[in-house]
Design a protein around this ligand. Sequence first.
Ligand code: G6P
Length: 609
Amino acid sequence: MCGIFGYLGSKNSIKACLTGLKLLEYRGYDSAGIAAIKKGRLIQFKASGKIKALEKKINMKDLKLNLAIGHTRWATHGPAIEKNAHPHLDEKNSVAIVHNGIIENYNILKKSFKLKQTKFRSETDSEVIAQLFSINYKNDLVLATIETLKQLKGSLAIVAIHKDHPNEIIAAKRESPLAIGYDDKKTEFIISSDPNAFSGRNLNVIFLKNDEIAHIKNGDITVIDLKNNKILKTPQKLNSKNLTFSKKGFDHYLLKEIFDQPITVQKAFIDRLTENDEIEFENFNLDKKFLKSIDNIIITACGTSYHASLIAKTFLQEKAKIFISSEIASEMRFKNLIFTKNTLVIAISQSGETADTVAALKTAKENNAKTLAIVNVQNSTISRMCDSSIFLKAGLEVSVCSTKAFSSQITVLYLFAIYLARLKNMKKKESTSFLNELKTIPRKIKKTLKDFDLIHEKAKKYSQYENFFFLGRNLMYPTAMEAALKLKEISYLNANAYPAGEMKHGPLALIDSKLIVIAFCANKKTYDKMLSNLMEAKARNAQILAFATKKSYGIEDIADDVIWLEETSDELAIFPSTVASQLFAYFIAKIRKTDIDHPRNLAKTVTVE
Ligand code: G6P
């Protein structure tokens, strides 16, 4: 799993690896490692935890080397301890590999005739690659790679080096992504899980396809398939902007990103609305004739992006008047969904790299569906896979817990819904009041952020409790799901979301005076019913904190505490409610002293299925 990196060139390879790995750390931070070749021998450095821990272990003196590979891990097979950190070496210490993916037949291979005598040093699936490679190696790196790939099942992106080839590097890919960049003079070659790590460089970039192997040697790159045939690859020029990390004076990236939202939400719509409120998406190449003919849409995503899909589903269906389904990406390919020639599949992803969403998109493509990506990161796998993309323009989101990407996803999806509905049946004036109100949302988010101290006070009061129910109805139900996820992710508390009407069908049994109900009451359509559901919880001694709009009546008589929000229509209530709940989760995590930006066991982007 994770982020892999390789460097061969004129600069200090270890430094290049450390810099690259920091840019890939969002893919996992359980452990990190680097291997290089010094005086004909493989050397390696490993540390559990973040890249910073690895950096501390490396004394740069005498390490001006031209070749190195590196890895940042999100543990799948074997705990996050040093012996399981990559790179993995073979028994003879001749080859070192880094791997992203899962080798599904690793156990069978370990017991196989070829490897049964081998002494493995780690509990990982990945080590099997190094050991197999070593056995298959007969003085030719490419042939050894081909042979090894043929024996492996599962997903992989690997980079390998061999002690007898100090000026060569091998990269291969199956399912997990891999990009290779090089400068015009071919003095530097960089291999990376994704182009994020090319930050600030202008490079010629090749994206490997499944079962392609790249061999970099003598300042040149050759790409080969499993039959050892050369493949002609045309690189694309990629001028990547410098990724700058700054908390801008905030204590955490998470808080900075929560506060970014008045601007990021505005960026998601402002240049896409003309003076006459026409909607235009840049470089949008889904044919209008096709869009008019769409008879169903499948939206797929994971985590926070999935919650955005639930909100989009309701809105899109209501406006475009077609059937919309929202599918958790990791489940989608195991269902026999119905695809017609007029199906559109929308993949939502902040990173554009989530393996489950990539797999769901493959199912869509196998069924000849047209595909649209709603992503934040340009040039990401998902945006490259889809027929067209709409970017969030939210800027770099560093904190693992997603906040500003979510509000931008909703904004973009709302715009797309109106765009599609107008193509289909909606009169322009039917959407005028909605768009006018959307323009007020950045200001309403700002107002919510001003309640910083008040929300902090409420968080103090509730931070000592362990069990939370997040309740909502209609659009406030996915809002509650997203709010519960925030609290779970960064506070490690038991936070479950339910549609408030479902409480009586089971969850009420869990209610007592130690259970906190967080109630999302900002939808008018369901407000009265919501109050009844809260009364049912109160009758069983639950303590209630409500998020409600200023014009709500009666809630203060039921709830123990109310956080008052700006008045909005039901569709747009998601914004103030979400921002307030993000702050609430942030403060609880801060009081409980967790690693807010890098919560335990998680990764910003999960690149295994
Ligand atoms: C991980 C992150 C979540 C994110 C999810 C989907 O689990 O921790 O914050 O929502 O992946 O990521 P994506 O980049 O596809 O939106």
